[in-house]
Design a protein around this ligand. Structure first.
Ligand code: FES
Length: 184
């Protein structure tokens, strides 16, 4: 187990219950069966090694309202298929209420044609305070909640309340087709 995962994973057994680790692009792209697993594996050495490179994620296999969590370079990646209400909430937020102001659109990486798909939010699932893994569909802003010290994130993954200083990080990813992204 890497130091990074030890740090991020250790404080909350609760987050492990709904954790889906998909170690490689091949497995992630394999699809529905992967997403259906309630728990693929706890972080292990083999998965750690496999997760070192890039991962491909088929967004078409993630249902609306569903979040999948994968492991990439020792860190959890959250991919959430947001509901229309979550998107509307993210887009209408007054940035003056955000400790780390960022338009929702700035947190979405465009496709090759320049369009963005606001349904899919891809983030490094690590709290920017001390590195715990926030819980999804939780907190005062219907986004994520970090139980370690009480940081609340909204449906764009922006910190809204609590000690976390920054929004959850957006990893480097690209659309390699209309529905498949490559992280890393
Ligand atoms: S690590 Fe998340 S609030 Fe402290």
């Amino acid at each position: 187990m890497s130091d990074a995962m030890t740090k991020t994973d250790a404080p909350q057994d609760e987050t492990k219950r709904d954790f889906i680790f998909i170690a490689t692009g091949a497995v992630a792209a394999a699809g529905a069966a992967s997403l259906a697993w309630p728990l693929i594996a706890q972080m292990g050495k083999a998965a750690d090694t496999l997760a070192a490179g890039s991962i491909e994620i088929d967004l078409s296999r993630i249902d609306e309202g569903q979040q999948v969590k994968m492991l990439w370079r020792g860190k959890p990646v959250f991919v959430r298929h947001r509901t229309p209400a979550e998107i509307a909430e993210a887009e209408s937020t007054n940035l003056a209420d955000c400790p780390d102001p960022a338009e929702d659109s700035s947190r979405l990486i465009p496709k090759a044609d320049g369009s963005v798909d606001p349904r899919f939010l891809v983030m490094i699932g690590v709290c920017t305070h001390f590195g715990c893994i926030p819980l999804g569909e939780a907190g005062d802003f219907n986004g994520w909640y970090c139980p370690c010290h009480g940081s609340h994130y909204d449906t764009s993954g922006r910190v809204r309340k609590g000690p976390a200083p920054k929004n959850m990080e957006i990893p480097n990813y690209t659309y390699i087709s209309d529905t498949v992204i490559k992280v890393g």
